[in-house]
Design a protein around this ligand. Structure first.
Ligand code: GRF
Length: 216
């Protein structure tokens, strides 16, 4: 049984999806042992609490610099002795020390097909760039922001008439599919980081790329 801690800053829909996946036995026995947020008003906290999952807030505004916040966050995380730390809409840039401390067991879900569009406002930037395919990436976290070995990606089309909201919704549905799958693969011991890449043992074709609504 793997223990996972989820870090959030806001809505928490990926968190909620992971909790549902856990409850439905889709995470290969992974147990979500805590949800931590850097903001008291993170909406996902109420949801996590309603599921009976321990929650805590480590308010970044109470710390003078990134390193001291990250140190306090690490203390809160380590209390739960996780095998896996899952960033799910956690809107803080993490220090190099933090990324190294959890190397190989720190995952993120990012709303673009990395390495395209790291950072914020990915859907707006995808629309501005005129790309026809957009998507999301589950990846291991390294000290470089939104960079790190890719575990799984899902692609969606950018449709004529899309705005930021419609595109975000299409991508989010895929985030909710691939993040639990990445966690499941981790728990099954199928992921091996080799340099910049992730090798997936026994990868199923369907896990490599989704383009479910791609029109002819
Ligand atoms: C998601 O799009 C995630 O990829 C990004 O922030 C958003 C968080 O949404 N990092 P939610 O809090 O999981 O609903």
């Amino acid at each position: 049984m793997k223990r996972a801690v989820i870090l959030i800053s806001g809505r928490g829909s990926n968190m909620e999806r992971l909790i549902h996946a856990e409850r439905q036995g889709e995470l290969a026995g992974t147990r979500i042992v805590a949800v931590l947020a850097n903001r008291h008003d993170a909406r996902g906290l109420t949801r996590a609490d309603a599921f009976g999952i321990p929650v805590a807030v480590i308010d970044h505004k109470r710390y003078s610099d990134r390193e001291s916040f990250d140190a306090a966050l690490a203390v809160a995380i380590d209390q739960h002795q996780p095998d896996l730390v899952l960033l799910a809409g956690f809107m803080r840039i993490l220090s190099e020390g933090f990324a190294r401390r959890y190397a190989g067991r720190l995952m993120n879900i990012h709303p673009s097909l990395l390495p395209a569009f790291p950072g914020l406002h990915t859907h707006r930037r995808a629309l501005e760039a005129g790309v026809r395919l957009h998507g999301c990436t589950a990846h291991f976290v390294t000290p470089t922001l939104d960079h790190g070995p890719v575990i799984l990606q899902a692609a969606v089309p950018v449709l004529d008439g899309d705005d930021e909201d419609s595109l975000a919704a299409r991508v989010l549905a895929e985030e909710h599919r691939i993040y639990p799958l990445a966690v499941r693969w981790f728990a099954e011991g199928r992921l091996r980081v080799v340099g910049e890449r992730v090798e997936v043992r026994g990868r199923q074709q369907e896990g490599a790329l989704h383009a479910p609504r791609l029109l002819a």
